[in-house]
Design a protein around this ligand. Sequence first.
Ligand code: BJW
Length: 236
Amino acid sequence: MTGSLVILTGAGISAESGLGTFRDPDGLWAKFDWQALATPEAFAAQPGRVHEFYNARRGNLAAARPHAAHEALARLERDWLARGGDFLLVTQNVDDLHEQAGSQRLIHMHGELKKMRCLGCHSVMEAPLGLGTDTACPRCSQPGFLRPNVVWFGEIPLEMDVIFQALETCTHFAAIGTSGTVYPAAGFSQVAGQAGARLTEINLAETETSPQFHERVSGPASEAVPRWVERILAQT
Ligand code: BJW
């Protein structure tokens, strides 16, 4: 018996690939002011500063590679589907490490760092490493309308209808490397729990949502996730 599996990942799964988390003591929001960088108001006020922040992160991402946890989740997807189960990986991460590892049934609910969106013609395209206020849209040729295709505070995350439908019918839900502080993702365990799913949390540390989970697996994602994947594939 396999059932329907929904996995939510956060910045912790990419930490061992060299990409910073947000709220750990050495995280991005300890070094940078999110209100000045990750809101639509900040982009309207200082687009050049926001572009610089995302250009630097795009540069870091160009050198990053997936590790054993990303690979284990891609294997889990393949094996789970081959056994007739349903599978959805929802990531809050804007990196592409899950794709690099081979994941396919994947939603980037907070967007993708390697993409840009034109506020003029609404096209979503690959972003150059150095996106700027003077970059012209390759589709409509207008300069000054391009923004990183990420979801900032106060904006609605992507594909929420598909995600909630999967959560409301899942039998297993796992949250990996996320602090459980940012909504709506922080509420997913509750929705899956109400649907009767078994809830597993994998993290280095306890989180605000830990008490909601039936099972906690402690440790760095590169070790804890492959161990957990072996175990659930052996059980099904
Ligand atoms: C490891 C590890 C290792 C480390 N191995 N683990 C008051 C109450 C409730 C809600 C709100 C409120 N005021 C405002 C809101 C809404 C707001 C919100 O939630 N704010 C909270 C901060 C209070 N949310 C929004 O605005 C969202 N939109 C919205 O709500 O729209 C309305 C709506 C409602 C319902 C349905 C639909 C719509 C939008 C949120 C956008 C978030 N954007 C960011 C930036 C994206 C672009 C970018 O990358 O710059 O997304 S912020 C940042 O936080 C990023 C992340 O995806 C997100 C979550 O962070 P994450 O992944 O959990 O990282 P960390 O750093 O917090 O945690 C890392 C974890 O890893 C830790 O637990 C470590 O222990 C662990 N770890 N190393 C395993 N090796």
